[in-house]
Design a protein around this ligand. Structure first.
Ligand code: 4GW
Ligand code: MN
Length: 361
């Protein structure tokens, strides 16, 4: 009796009972088996209770609920030329891999459409960069050019890892963007300076980044942004084609070729040669990637071996087995040492010529 009066006083339960009753009589009349009726009833109950759960979570946590973005679905209207199946934007380069990951080249995407999509989820992007020892000198150009070209109009946290906190200059940032300085040790050997980035990115991702940003892009600091680098780079896990190898064949890739190393890739394997100075993805994927690379480096260190191109070699090994879901063309990590081939329509992010005597230690 109590259940009955409770049911009547709760409009959701009442609705459920009415629907259930109606369905039951309908199927009984039609002579359908009891089994099917029960299945349907269970399904109906599931739908109603999920809906009730969603609503109650929503009401109890207000706008902070992780479901609150489901409440106001906005339908922005944007105008653009329709895609033409018989008229691909680029025919001179590969724009999709055999595992259906896009390769991002100039002309293959519409930034306006992408920005609208990523504004809808209010995306937060972290950009990690290391400025250890003399490399603090690159920060000014890096950050100032990033404010002009990197994720313009979106929320960005610059995470600068450094051992020289007091050498970090002041910057002014657009709204929603800020600099976070993270003090870290400087390793003795330069190889360790570059390789230990994996461990530090992993640890700070777990501790901090996972709470603050949705995506992370991890790049070299000896670089300048010369053209837009926006949300077109974002995906579950992404890497960039090394400017020196995108035209080369497998056997010319400078993968680690010693079978004793955990970065080993035999000559008959490999998709692309990825640049060590550019990778990223959602935080969970970055944690997986950096954890793999760091552990592989430590395993090699145990047997006194270090892969030919340090972190780049381990990254290439990881991408062989965990295919990136998006690949950036070399526009995203160009170096003028490789000239200006016709397929590279823009140099978005360019390596700065280093005077080695000034930055080496
Ligand atoms: C040789 O003496 C060195 S120092 C090689 C790397 C060095 C280094 C690198 C450093 O002293 N401090 C530092 O912060 N890094 C970081 O590692 C920095 O973010 C840099 O962009 C990244 C990779 O090193 P790199 O840019 O010199 O590597 P390449 O020449 O392959 O771009
Ligand atoms: Mn570099």
């Amino acid at each position: 009796m109590r259940i009955f009066s409770k049911t009547l006083s709760n409009p959701r339960r009442l609705l459920f009972c009415l629907c259930a009753g109606l369905l039951l009589s309908w199927f009984t009349l039609k002579g359908t088996g009891l089994h099917a009726n029960l299945d349907l009833l269970c399904q109906l109950h599931r739908i109603l209770s999920t809906e009730a759960d969603l609503l109650s979570q929503h009401n109890s946590t207000g706008t902070n609920s992780h479901l609150s973005h489901l409440k106001d679905v906005k339908l922005p209207r944007i105008l653009y030329t329709k895609s033409d199946v018989f008229n691909p934007q680029r025919t001179d380069v590969l724009t999709v891999t055999p595992w259906l990951a896009p390769i991002v080249w100039h002309g293959t995407f519409n930034r306006h459409i992408l920005n609208t999509q990523f504004h809808q989820i209010d995306v937060r992007v972290g950009l990690t960069v290391f400025a250890i020892k003399k490399y603090t000198r690159f920060l000014n150009t890096f950050i100032e050019s990033a404010e002009k070209f990197f994720m313009v109009g979106h929320k960005v946290n610059y995470y600068v890892f450094t051992d020289r906190v007091n050498e970090i200059p002041n910057f002014t940032f657009a709204k929603g963007r800020r600099l976070v300085v993270l003090e870290v040790p400087a390793y003795e050997r330069w190889q360790d300076v570059t390789m230990r980035r994996m461990e530090m990115i992993r640890d700070f991702s777990i501790k901090r980044f996972v709470k603050e940003v949705d995506y992370l892009a991890c790049v070299d600091v000896d670089m300048v942004f010369l053209d837009e680098v926006g949300v077109e780079i974002l995906s579950n896990v992404f890497g960039a084609l090394h400017p020196g190898f995108f035209e080369k064949s497998r056997n010319e890739f400078t993968y680690e070729r010693r079978p004793q190393s955990s970065a080993y890739i035999p000559v008959e394997l490999g998709d692309f040669y990825f640049a060590g100075g550019y990778f990223g993805g959602v935080i969970e994927e970055v944690i997986k990637l950096t954890n793999y690379c760091h552990n592989a480096m430590m395993a090699d260190k145990q047997q006194n071996i270090e892969a030919l191109w340090q972190d780049e070699s381990y990254l290439n090994r990881y991408f062989l087995s965990h295919k990136p879901t998006k690949i950036l063309s070399p526009e995203y990590i160009w170096n003028n040492y490789y000239g200006s081939p016709a397929v590279v329509k823009t140099k978005r992010f360019l390596g700065i010529d280093k005077i080695y005597d000034e930055v080496r230690f």
